[in-house]
Design a binder for this molecule. Structure first.
Ligand code: GDP
Ligand code: MG
Length: 437
């Protein structure tokens, strides 16, 4: 039994139309009290044209879509009221519905209901959020495949295989006296687990790449003052976002911009030049560099005709990084192994290509793939557990010990699709959604 929840599904702004969404067992009874059509005898889905009325006063003329359980997104009785897009109207209608017994939905609660009612698995539910937040076509296409269930479908046979080997082992342990049960030999366990690990490794490899389309990359631009970091940011963005002058210390704050690199959303962070400074404002800017560096997936160290500053370089050399020489127009003697660009002349393609190479960004046909850190983490956990199982099995460890590791892999598989501990796990994930989703 689920309470009826209500929320605005469109942005809280003045617009042509707004959609108020309700879902829950008492949905029709509640709306019946304020709508001038009877919703009691709907068979599946129906559209109505009518009025939302409060004690004979018409609040708005609306279109109303009624969905009878299970023929709705959430799987419950649901209603969408399309009103005029005035916040005064929307707020009055929501207040009225609350007074008739609905309650305000929390973040992601509609999607959470769909998941709890088995309309979606967890991978599909996550895809709704990813779809809405996608900033590139590739990211959107990937989320759409996950939402359709193609990504989960790719994985279910693997999950079933882990379950199968596990139950075979369990039956052998629990009922050794039954002679008609096929004995699972050490060889068979090994063969099974090795095959599954290979299949999982393929999914991991694809997920690492797909995660880039979904979560994007953070790239920090660092180097001495005046080497052309801000000019480089501007060249990437193709706009004069950061202030560029020949005065060292021009950039004080971190300047951010986003670009689309072959479908990967890349966030660029231009920083204040690294240098000891007595200027209070610049000193704060320099401190901010450390925050940027800590979340950077890649660091671009920019040098100019004066070469690399060894002490500054040593600060980032242990991170994944690219060294690039800017102001190539001023450099006559070039090292054939080094990377040269001219930010001023917007000639930066050697760097763009190098970023793609280092981060493994290539133009790929988008196919179903896991695409976020949670999913990737669980795939990797499965591989780890199965590798332990393979080793224990080959070392002739007791079979129940082998089965414990396979069981851990199976639990991770259930977690991936959200089939275990439905409530605990989903609370965390759905809280990242916005209200009305
Ligand atoms: N000749 C030349 N000058 C450049 C180039 N890129 C930037 N500059 C100049 O270098 C100076 C410092 O640039 P800026 O982007 O502010 O450097 P930042 O302090 O590292 O951010 C400015 O006068 C830019 O016009 C380049 O490719 N060639
Ligand atoms: Mg600058």
């Amino acid at each position: 039994m689920f309470e009826t929840i209500v929320a605005l599904a469109t942005p809280p702004l003045k617009s042509a139309l707004a959609i108020i969404r309700l879902s829950g067992d008492d949905c029709f009874e509640i709306v019946n009290k304020v709508f001038d059509h009877d919703l009691s005898n709907i068979s599946k889905r129906e559209i109505f044209h009518g009025h939302i009325v409060n004690e004979n006063k018409v609040i708005d003329e609306v279109m109303l879509l009624a969905y009878v359980s299970p023929h709705s997104f959430t799987g419950e009785n649901s209603i969408e009221i399309i009103t005029h897009g005035s916040m005064l109207i929307v707020n009055e209608i929501i207040k009225l519905l609350l007074s008739k017994g609905a309650r305000m939905a929390s973040n992601g609660e509609f999607s959470s209901r769909a998941y709890l009612n088995n309309k979606l698995d967890l991978v599909q539910a996550e895809a709704i959020n990813d779809l809405i937040n996608a900033t590139t076509i590739e990211g959107r296409d990937l989320s759409m495949l996950a939402l359709k269930g193609d990504t989960s479908a790719l994985f279910r046979p693997i999950k079933d295989k882990i379950g199968e080997i596990l139950s075979n082992i369990e039956v052998n342990i629990d009922y050794p006296e039954y002679e008609d049960i096929e004995e699972v030999s050490r060889e068979k366990i090994n063969e099974y687990c090795v095959n599954i690990v290979n299949e999982l490794n393929e999914l991991v490899k694809n997920a690492e790449r797909s995660k880039l389309y979904n979560e994007g990359l953070n790239i920090a631009i660092v180097g001495k003052p005046n080497v052309g970091k801000s000019s480089l940011l501007n060249a990437f963005l193709n706009e004069e976002k950061a202030i560029v002058t020949d005065i060292a210390g021009t950039t004080r704050d971190v300047v951010e911009g986003e670009i689309n690199l072959s479908g990967v959303p890349v966030r660029l962070f231009d920083t204040a030049g690294f240098r000891q400074s007595s200027d209070k404002i610049e000193a704060i800017g320099i401190k901010k560099i450390n925050d940027v560096l800590s979340k950077a997936d890649l660091v671009i160290y920019v040098a100019d005709e004066n070469g690399i500053d060894v002490s500054l370089y040593s600060e980032i050399k242990d991170k994944k990084h690219i060294i690039v020489y800017n102001k190539s127009d001023k450099i006559s003697k070039k090292d054939p192994n080094a990377l040269y660009i001219s930010a001023l002349n917007k000639d930066i393609s050697p760097l763009t290509n190098k970023i793609k190479e280092v981060m493994g960004i290539s133009i790929n046909k988008i196919s179903p793939s896991f695409n976020n850190s949670r999913q990737l983490g669980l795939l990797e956990k499965m591989v780890e557990c199965l590798k332990v199982a393979i080793k224990d099995n080959n070392d002739n460890q007791p079979i129940d010990l082998v089965s414990v590791s396979i069981m851990s892999a199976y639990n991770a598989a259930l977690d991936l699709l959200g089939e275990s501990n439905k409530n605990d796990l989903s609370d965390e994930i759905f809280s990242r959604f916005c209200v009305g989703k």
